[in-house]
Design a binder for this molecule. Sequence first.
Ligand SMILES: Cc1cc2nc3c(=O)[nH]c(=O)nc-3n(C[C@H](O)[C@H](O)[C@H](O)COP(=O)(O)OP(=O)(O)OC[C@H]3O[C@@H](n4cnc5c(N)ncnc54)[C@H](O)[C@@H]3O)c2cc1C
Length: 602
Amino acid sequence: MTYSKSGITTRKFDVVIVGAGGSGMRASLQLARAGLNVAVLSKVFPTRSHTVAAQGGIGASLGNMSEDNWHYHFYDTVKGSDWLGDQDAIEFMCQEAPKVVYDLEHMGMPFDRNPDGTIYQRPFGGHTANYGEKPVQRACAAADRTGHAMLHTLYQQNVKAKTSFFVEWMALDLIRDAEGDVVGVTALEMETGDLHILHAKTVLLATGGAGRIFAASTNAFINTGDGLGMAARAGIALQDMEFWQFHPTGVAGAGVLLTEGCRGEGAILLNSNGERFMERYAPTLKDLAPRDFVSRSMDQEIKEGRGCGPNKDYILLKLDHLGADTIHKRLPSVYEIGVNFANVDITREPIPVVPTIHYQMGGISTNINGQVVVQNGDVHNQVVNGLYAVGECSCVSVHGANRLGTNSLLDLLVFGRAAGNHIVEFASKTKSHKPLPADAADFTLSRLNRLDNAKGGEYAQNVANDIRSTMQQHAGVFRTQASMDQGVVKIAELRERAKAVGLADNSKVFNTARIEALEVDNLIEAAQATMVSAAARRECRGAHTVDDYEHPADHPTAPLGRDDANWMKHTLWHSAGNNLTYKPVNLKPRSVESVPPKVRTF
Ligand SMILES: Cc1cc2nc3c(=O)[nH]c(=O)nc-3n(C[C@H](O)[C@H](O)[C@H](O)COP(=O)(O)OP(=O)(O)OC[C@H]3O[C@@H](n4cnc5c(N)ncnc54)[C@H](O)[C@@H]3O)c2cc1C
């Protein structure tokens, strides 16, 4: 035993936020400004969180460059979600969008500017004017470094507001008391290897996505789904995990992202015949159709033998016609990525791309205040006291079965702010902390000591790599029932192997092997949630495409069969029993008419 109760220190805060990405720091800013004592934990320095890698933009109907309003944005997002998004949440997000973008502008965010001084906006996939008629310019951008600019702006404002940061601290488990209320977290200080308890009135999870459950991913290595793991282990279901977005343009072989902003600026996709094939699949929006649509079309071209290169296994993204000046001004990072990761000068020649895992639409269920909600018998959406979740680890659900580009940075800002406001209201009413249960750290201690004592156990990275290749093989762009069923069996075997991971060296100081082993516990929760939820969904919707189904009879170019009568519902995966329940989609916005389901063509 290297870890014991006596070695644990306890600290008290009003609010503990796990995650210093855009969502965590937008929430912490609201709290610190209101004078609350707030701690933000992060596995990495805050400005290295994955939000820093966001390139293309933030969606908001400012209408600076073409006619726009939030009703169009609302319609696009509902249609983009393939009618799995909750329309009240989507309505709230699109209404709030201009406000949170102007907030950011006033904090000093260095947006690109139009000659008249307004924020520059570029077109993006699935964003249209007049309910699908033509592309609209809605993505507010700082060149192709929008996330970088946003994260630094938020960090600076947090420093000013005196937020406490705990850098290189890894949260391990939620602490729930006998009534099920969340009263804190356990966390490992990575430098010393010491275990701590952070006692709080409120805990907010903002741990980002789990994109590293796949082998080829645009995501940072730290995106191991820790918040999902913490929730799942604490008995909280994960919602809609079968829906994973493939971004059409990851650099082939490298996985690094080339923003959709490339196509927003006018880049096009070509097959081996030099054909702009998206004109066939999406006659109106073409290369700017939503991501699930474009990724499937690319995969189809490759499958039918029109892929490029010696192995006919990639598509080309052509940008040279934009001109070197535009590329250097609007897409400077894309230019650098081309040179560094593909040895291609995009001002002269096209660059090889393939659909690459990018974003999880599912996550921890919340309401529009960011409060985590669970199912209790027949009652849906019962609040878990003391627990909030925002950002990519949460599922509100505004993205449904397929997210539109730029709507994630927006979601971080809107719901980070909303959760912050709600906590301020709650914390001002609640004077004291609920006591910590006597066994607050026991579960975490047992996890740490099992690892430390399992010297002969398997190496964590072998299990992690096998999880990744299994997910890649069995939960790809096109899925089949048979392959998903095999995936379910393989992931169950991997869960057993994950339990037997061991440490060759159990020294405490900055032991990255221990951290990787603890991350495997989170990867397996996210992976099993995905595989089991996917295999159970007997239809195609958004990013979940199963080859076994037919196109709608009167729409041969529309996606394969969606079954609204039986499957317009959210999946809830419960870790303890590895079982599923379902809850209805909210089709009722508060102030406008519902967008009724129809076939998705673009
Ligand atoms: C390459 C790329 C480009 C993108 N471009 C765009 C775009 O242009 N527009 C758009 O809208 N969306 C974009 N997205 C999506 C969007 O950037 C992400 O969904 C979003 O930034 C996630 O933010 P977040 O706050 O939820 O989490 P993140 O920014 O991922 O931050 C997670 C935080 O949690 C911390 N953390 C995790 N686990 C633990 C733990 N156990 N203990 C302590 N801390 C922990 C991490 O250290 C980090 O600080 C892009 C995504 C990628 C990968």
